[in-house]
Ligand binder design. Sequence first.
Ligand SMILES: NC(=O)c1ccc[n+]([C@@H]2O[C@H](COP(=O)([O-])OP(=O)(O)OC[C@H]3O[C@@H](n4cnc5c(N)ncnc54)[C@H](O)[C@@H]3O)[C@@H](O)[C@H]2O)c1
Length: 338
Amino acid sequence: MKKRRALIAGAGHWSRAWGRELQNCDRVEIAGWVDIRPGAAEDAVQQLGLQNVHTDTNLDRAIAIAKPDFAVNATVPSAHCDVSIQALEAGLPVVSEKPMAESMEQARAMVATSERTGNLLMINQQRRHDAGLVATRRLVEKHIGPLGILTSDFCLGWHESPFMLGMANPLLLDMAIHTFDAARFLSRADPVAVYCDGFNPSWSWFSGDASAVAIFEMTGGLRYIYQGSWCSQGLDTAWEAQWRAVGPQGTVIWDGQTAPEGEIVAEPGVFPATKSRIAAELESDMPTWLAGSLRDFLHALDTGATPMTECHDNIKSLSMVLGALESAATGRRVAIEL
Ligand SMILES: NC(=O)c1ccc[n+]([C@@H]2O[C@H](COP(=O)([O-])OP(=O)(O)OC[C@H]3O[C@@H](n4cnc5c(N)ncnc54)[C@H](O)[C@@H]3O)[C@@H](O)[C@H]2O)c1
């Protein structure tokens, strides 16, 4: 089968992870790499030891010369909207990094462009391919029933991204999208409203709010409670967060790393209830991380199937971030509109 030609936009830190993933995929060849910083694309190509890759600082020119079949948008968030729309208009399906956009207006324009051009826009949420998260959803759906309560804790002492130190909302803007998207994946529920309190503990090394607590009302009456911090040191949670999912038949917990476990009750409503333990095995052979996202994207190109993080879906996860930011800024509960 002819290899699909990829063009990568953005040649920073994370785009190179995409570069390596594409390099390791025998169904794809990297045809072009673009970055507005002169020399950055050449540096990435050289670092990965790639041959015959057109490098450029101009996306339109690179598309014309490299003749890609699809684009990977790993530019900074402020460029996601323009770069994705430009590639879609040029006839290319796009897989873009999170966050999809910086505002709902931008995200709606991206969805509209995807619809009008007929080209796929998928957002990368590689944590959906975590074997533990997948096993947790399976355990919930098999034993627990529709969730009424879902909580997640995300606590790390993060020092590695200098650009975040001056951001107004480093946690909610950069990281929370992963956890919010996982909450939607686990519950199959969508956001209705949010109340969020963003704050910065006295010892924080960030200038913006590095901590937040949010209560989301979700479809079906579910309450999803998020607690997160970038400046919590000691007893770190996993990057995938720690979870508790409660439904009519019992509870499932997942530590974000190992296999989830739970307890189901024999007779709901009786105290003390007779409980039995449930556990799940992790699938060992599923493609995880970027390999899972790339598999979904290529499968969609091959078959026309809609990948789970296609833009019409992912805009709902983005709306949780933007709704939480609005609530934190205004101190009010915010209704979430798509
Ligand atoms: N999915 C994940 O787990 C994960 C992890 C890290 C980063 N990311 C996301 O990946 C994206 C890139 O992050 P990063 O850490 O590589 O940032 P970075 O700052 O290291 O690199 C971004 C690059 O984009 C380039 N750029 C900016 N505007 C451009 C444009 N219009 N056209 C072409 N290039 C442009 C910049 O010059 C820079 O080289 C961000 O959206 C980030 O949130 C996702």
